[in-house]
Design a protein around this ligand. Structure first.
Ligand SMILES: Cc1cc2nc3c(=O)[nH]c(=O)nc-3n(C[C@H](O)[C@H](O)[C@H](O)COP(=O)(O)OP(=O)(O)OC[C@H]3O[C@@H](n4cnc5c(N)ncnc54)[C@H](O)[C@@H]3O)c2cc1C
Ligand SMILES: Cc1cc2nc3c(=O)[nH]c(=O)nc-3n(C[C@H](O)[C@H](O)[C@H](O)COP(=O)(O)O)c2cc1C
Length: 485
């Protein structure tokens, strides 16, 4: 049986597993990676006898876990070592208490990122400890995954799933390879800004079938080194850029592998075989960007802040998109469904919506406003902050949405112009009574997009206005959703 990922955030009996086991695969995910792995793991576990169920951790309580039989949790860590939003209420309500989990066996796959050194996979590890302290039997040590493409860690998970009866192939647990897109156009949106340059970047897929996503989804970009630098490296070391090597699970030309890896110094390469070189190359990694357009626009648009480091060099991902990649050049891109930031469920869709963001957070909000405008939905309220008035991206579209009623209200704040360093969270605080009225009396949903600090300020303002229980309930119902970074 094929399980369709992202079918439901909530529990669903899906199929039969090996050896008569009852397996619950619970996930907690902020930007969709852990959720996708949970569904793929469940898919692999379906065999003869027993049942496999997939559920969002946030939709469960300790009693449901206690009777799960075998519990596999796939979770990421967010914020500063915290849970994803969808598990926030679970942590608050249950994880401070000792529960009796005797009879339950469990294992945890913890997603994280090693750059968050001290809090690497902290939430997954904490959950693993809590389950064990409550008497559940650990099937195997927590498996920590560094990013989406950690095939070593996923190999360990796969091996353990195999012991539970899964027909597991690590490639089937990993996200697919990136696709080839073309950098069709880009332009600077905020010339003369006191902040960093922000660019509108438009991409078209080489295969039109890839023009397929939902408002709220994320584009993963695999940045490349400057093509000239790669060509020089290949020439200097007399390499054949066309030779194919198995890299990240796929046959890839050497020139592409070198383009996506940190290029070693010449002395590190001297006398080593090409195979050894490929094995030792360090991948540059992927960078995530909120998608700012809809497939109906015919192109995938991003709003990218060019990162400039202290030494004047550019950030890899933003530099690649805004400068290094030539117009018409190939961009490796993987679409990531982000169910936690999708539009509200159909029955809630006609209700008002409050969209809150700052800076490049306008990208995700714009996709949602386009979605509402296309569906003829009215009553959206935008609260947006940036440094200067020149940083009001897509000002003409915002004006048009105000005129046609898509936006009934737009509150804007420019921290460097108001003199008082006011930010979007101050707008939220000031509009507290109206926010409360729209949410409580009219059932409005809230979307927040942008940086972590802004999101924390907005979250605290919303707690003051609505209370933590109401925000938790809204998160559970999909009426409070965040795309934050
Ligand atoms: C969900 C999400 C949505 C985002 N949306 C947007 C958006 O709409 N617009 C926007 O401008 N930015 C967005 N960002 C931020 C963006 O992903 C980049 O962090 C930003 O562009 C700076 O990256 P850079 O490569 O230019 O800079 P760099 O300085 O090269 O890298 C930035 C960071 O990436 C990390 N990094 C370094 N090496 C690796 C590696 N090998 N693998 C993985 N990570 C590594 C480092 O911590 C570094 O500080 C989003 C981030 C997330 C998580
Ligand atoms: C704003 C932000 C904060 C994060 N904080 C942590 C952290 O404290 N520790 C960690 O290991 N990973 C952290 N991560 C990395 C995520 O856990 C990692 O990207 C994971 O693959 C996301 O999975 P998800 O899409 O299921 O949420 C953070 C990522 C972001 C964007």
């Amino acid at each position: 049986m094929i399980i369709c990922p992202h079918m439901s955030l909530f529990s669903l009996f899906r199929g039969r597993s090996g050896r008569g086991r009852k397996i619950l695969v619970a996930f907690a995910s902020q930007t969709g990676a852990a959720e996708a792995i949970a569904w793929r793991s469940a898919n692999a576990l379906i065999g003869a006898g027993g049942f496999v169920r997939v559920a969002a951790l946030g939709s469960l309580d300790p009693a449901a876990l206690a009777e799960a039989g075998t519990l596999l949790v796939v979770t990421s860590t967010y914020g500063a070592g915290e849970s994803p939003d969808s598990a926030r209420a679970f942590v608050r309500r249950h994880m401070g208490a000792r529960v009796n989990f005797r009879g339950l066996e469990f294992a945890v796959l913890a997603l994280g990122d090693r750059k968050y050194d001290a809090t690497f996979c902290q939430f997954g590890r904490g959950l693993d400890r809590w389950l064990a302290q409550c008497g559940a039997r650990r099937l195997f040590d927590v498996v920590s995954v560094d990013g989406d493409d950690d095939d070593t860690a996923m190999g360990k998970w796969c091996e353990q799933l195999g012991k539970l009866g899964a027909r597991c192939d690590v490639e089937n647990l990993m996200p697919g390879a990136p696709q080839d897109w073309v950098l069709a156009a880009r332009h600077l949106l905020n010339p003369g800004s006191v902040g960093g340059e922000s660019w509108a970047v438009a991409l078209t897929p080489k295969n039109p079938a890839h023009l397929h996503w939902t408002a709220g989804d994320i584009a993963e970009i695999w940045p490349r080194n400057d093509p000239g630098t790669v060509a020089d490296f290949i020439a200097r070391h007399d390499l054949d850029g066309e030779t194919l090597f198995k890299w990240k699970g796929h046959w890839t030309p050497l020139a592409t592998i070198l383009a996506m890896s940190r290029l070693p110094a010449d002395h590190e390469v001297a006398g080593i075989s090409v195979q050894w070189l490929v094995e030792r190359l360090e991948w540059l990694g992927a960078r995530e960007y909120s998608i700012a357009s809809l497939p109906a626009d015919g192109r995938l648009e991003l709003l990218v802040r060019k990162a400039v480091k202290n030494d004047g060099s550019l950030g890899l991902g933003s530099g690649w998109l805004t400068q290094t990649c030539a117009a018409g050049g190939t961009v490796s891109l993987r679409l990531r469904p982000n169910p936690n930031f999708h539009p509200p469920a159909e029955q809630d869709a006609p209700l008002p919506q409050i969209l809150i963001g700052a800076g490049t957070g306008m990208a995700g909000l714009r996709a949602h406003l386009k979605y509402r405008a296309a569906a003829g939905r009215k009553e959206a309220w935008l609260l947006f902050g940036e440094r200067g008035r020149g940083d009001l991206y897509y000002a003409e579209e915002i004006e048009a949405w105000r005129k046609d009623g898509t936006l009934t209200r737009a509150d804007l704040v420019f921290s460097r112009e108001e003199g008082s360093r006011r930010y979007v969270q101050h707008l939220v605080e000031a509009a507290g009574a109206d926010v409360r009225e729209l949410v409580v009396a009219r059932g409005a949903s809230i979307l927040v997009c942008g940086g972590l600090e802004m999101a924390a300020g907005v979250h605290n303002a919303l707690i003051a206005i609505l209370g933590e229980d109401e925000l938790d309930a809204m998160t559970q119902d999909g009426r409070y959703r965040r795309d934050i970074y």
